[in-house]
Design a protein around this ligand. Structure first.
Ligand code: CS2
Length: 467
């Protein structure tokens, strides 16, 4: 037996399940990018609002490319279990906000119609860094054009990806996709729609067979879509919503609605995601499979602590960074989250630009040391070899995999040329950093240490300095 609307009532009483009606109302939210993250984060916020009696927060979930997960969710009537586990305890919850599903690649028209549906009030997006393409913009624009032509209300379109200024980025992309015939749509868009920036945070690893087995044990039925996450979650969104009344509603569910998303965004991208990428690459090269196995090593833990304290925090607007850092280190160590380093290393070429260069540039501007980031960049180059320090091969899962591997291939014989080639890439480092000779020198130094003595020894060597 599988989890579904029919088996929901038979679940053990300890499991929190939706008690509200999931079938009589049309969804109010279209979510693009129906991965693990959305289902264990925003879908649970909307579940809370639905549980409070507001029927406008059902989700029309859209998988962007692959049909497998969408099909499984469909077979389970949009239901799935989430294990929320950390030092404070373990509990299971079945959120009920996912009411409809489609796949954008094969059912594009249904997605356009969903955006244009009278009931739709929000579009939220977690399409990953590489998802911000003209095709995405065209999809949104086609739906928005239908709304404007039908005289419908404007909507809130909230990018929730790990990009600085994500709302501005999305708005610019949509506008750039407009043709000269779209002048009226653009005027309507400016007047009635909102593209707030937002920061979302919750560690939600890709589902594993282990979590599915644990779900079966807890639920007594099979759940092909079960997820595991931590208790912590945060959603900070700019107070710029198409319906201003939504602010108070979201706040009642624990969302922070504020004029200042920027300081939360930059702290999260550089502290959490920046440390994540560094640990992921270190773990991949040293053969440590999970983030928890990395942060569990005293030298990696000290590295991450120092990276955040010395090189990231000095440039943050958020003043409570020390508490934030300590909370992050505790979250990274959550033993329930089998967060694969290779999952986080995926798309590193798209992630590094937001996560590392702003801190390095901040340090340079203050004449301060950036050794931790230089070592992380050196490990990134080592990672492009596609084989760890034990000789185990792994795949680079990255839109730039081919060009990165071409750069990294000769690093044993021509290390300096490889460092130069990697650091010359403006798509990774931006336009200023590639010209910085000191940065190149320090990455070259750490790359030499990594190749000669290994990543662990290089970290130890860095920790022995005052850098
Ligand atoms: C991670 C993020 O995979 C990654 O790149 O750094 O998914 C991270 O777990 C989330 O942003 C946490 O909120």
């Amino acid at each position: 037996m599988n989890l579904s609307a029919a088996t929901l009532r038979a679940l053990p009483a300890s499991i929190h399940t939706p008690a509200y009606d999931r079938t009589s109302h049309a969804p109010g939210v279209v979510h693009l990018g129906l991965g693990a993250f959305h289902r264990a984060h925003q879908a649970m916020v909307f579940d809370q609002l639905l549980a409070g009696g507001d029927t406008r927060w059902g989700i029309h979930g859209v998988g962007m490319t692959r049909p497998d997960l969408v099909n499984q969710l469909k077979a389970q009537d949009g239901l799935y279990a989430v294990r929320i586990a950390d030092g404070l305890g373990v509990k299971w919850q079945v959120p009920g906000a996912l009411w409809r599903t489609h796949v954008a690649a094969t059912e594009r028209d249904a997605v356009v119609q969903a955006i244009a549906a009278p009931s739709t009030r929000w579009v939220t997006l977690t399409v990953t860094e590489k998802g911000y393409t003209p095709a995405l913009a065209q999809l949104l624009l086609d739906g928005l054009r239908l709304r404007q032509q039908a005289g419908l209300s404007g909507i809130t379109i909230a990018s929730c990806d790990n990009l600085q200024g994500n709302g501005h980025k999305l708005q610019a992309l949509v506008k750039a996709a407009a043709s000269p015939q779209d002048a009226e749509v653009l005027t309507w868009l400016d007047a009635h729609c909102a593209f707030p920036c937002s920061m979302v945070d919750r560690i939600v690893p890709a589902a594993t067979p282990e979590v599915m087995a644990a779900a079966q044990e807890a639920l007594g039925v099979q759940d092909q879509c079960a997820l595991s996450t931590e208790g912590f979650w945060e959603w900070v969104i700019e107070d710029r919503l198409a319906d201003p009344l939504d602010a108070a509603l979201l706040q009642s569910a624990g969302v922070r609605v504020t004029g200042d998303v920027h300081s939360y965004e930059e702290a999260k991208l550089r502290m959490l995601n920046g440390s994540h990428s560094a640990m992921a690459l270190m773990g991949a090269v040293t053969g440590r499979p999970f983030i928890a196995s990395c942060i569990g090593e005293p030298h990696i833990r000290s590295f991450v602590h120092r990276l955040m304290s010395r090189e990231v925090a000095p440039h943050l607007a958020r003043s409570d960074w020390a508490d934030y850092r300590d909370a992050l280190i505790a979250r990274f160590g959550n033993p329930y989250l089998k967060h694969s380093v290779h999952q986080i290393a995926t798309d590193s070429s798209q992630k590094i630009p937001q996560r590392w260069p702003p801190s390095v540039l901040g340090q340079i501007a203050q004449g301060a040391s950036f050794e931790h980031h230089a070592l992380a960049a050196a490990v990134f180059l080592r990672y492009t070899l596609g084989v760890d320090e034990h000789g185990q091969a792994y795949a680079l899962n990255d839109p730039q995999a081919e060009s990165l591997m071409a750069i990294g291939a000769a690093q044993h014989t021509e290390p300096e040329a490889c460092v130069h080639a990697l650091l010359a890439r403006e798509d990774l480092w931006g336009s200023t950093l590639p010209g910085n000779a000191n940065w190149t020198t320090r990455v070259t130094h750490w790359h030499q240490q990594v190749l000669r003595h290994g990543v662990n020894a290089a970290i130890q060597q860095l920790l022995a300095t005052q850098a």
